[in-house]
Design a protein around this ligand. Structure first.
Ligand code: GTP
Length: 194
């Protein structure tokens, strides 16, 4: 194997889906992570995919991040979000109780669709910069929900760039905790190009 191919083979490809209610700040988290900036204006997302190489614990990850349109309780979970995804970032706004209530609904829909017993997942309470005047969800409630679903938990703010990188690191950690040997290849299809 050439040095270039050896390097490519050691890069792990990980597909991450970001889900949650509308307007909770999913795109803002992804944009802050990928492009290091924050936009105050709101542009509803249809769906966008972003790619970023991330070095975590000495390993190079080629991350494909799917920023989804917001879900509500009636949105079906598309197979695209249940199959071939390595990890999930489920986002609510700490300033919106209803967006918090959607997290368990979305989680259960993915479980039903995928047939998995648990998901590699991070629950994120974002817009934590609004906590002093607008908090509707206590940190302890977020922690409890995450724990009940064997997920990680973190509060973040895309606006102030608080814990944004950590969100994606926690997601990689959740994926690696459960990774099976055939997930450690470069393309997730059980095949290495030598
Ligand atoms: N104060 C504050 N506002 C934020 C934060 N993140 C996002 N916003 C604002 O919240 C609004 C919605 O943000 P988006 O990132 O577009 O939300 P979204 O979840 O991607 O929305 P959909 O595309 O409808 O699913 C925008 O006006 C953002 O500027 C944050 O961390 N703090």
């Amino acid at each position: 194997m050439s040095a270039t191919n050896a390097a490519a083979a050691s890069v792990k490809r990980r597909k991450i889906a970001v889900l949650g209610s509308r307007s909770v700040g999913k795109s803002s988290l992804v944009k802050q992570f990928i492009e290091n900036h924050f936009v105050d204006a709101y542009y509803p997302t249809i769906e966008s995919t972003f790619a970023k190489s991330v070095k975590y614990k000495g390993v190079e990850y080629d991350c494909h991040i799917i920023d989804t349109a917001g879900q509500d309780e009636y949105s079906p979970i598309n197979s695209q979000y249940a199959i071939g995804i390595h990890g999930y970032i489920l986002v609510y706004s700490i300033a919106s109780r209803s967006s918090f209530d959607m997290i368990q609904i979305v989680y259960d829909k993915i479980i039903d669709f995928s047939g998995l017993s648990e998901l590699p997942c991070v629950v994120v309470g974002t817009k934590v910069d609004l906590a002093p005047t607008g908090r509707q969800v206590e940190t302890a409630d977020g922690e409890k929900l995450a724990k009940a679903n064997q997920a990680s938990f973190i509060e973040a703010s895309a606006k102030e760039n608080t814990n944004v990188g950590k969100v994606f690191e926690l997601c990689l950690a959740e994926i690696e905790k459960r990774a099976t040997p055939n997930q450690t290849d470069t393309g997730g299809k059980g095949c290495l190009i030598m």
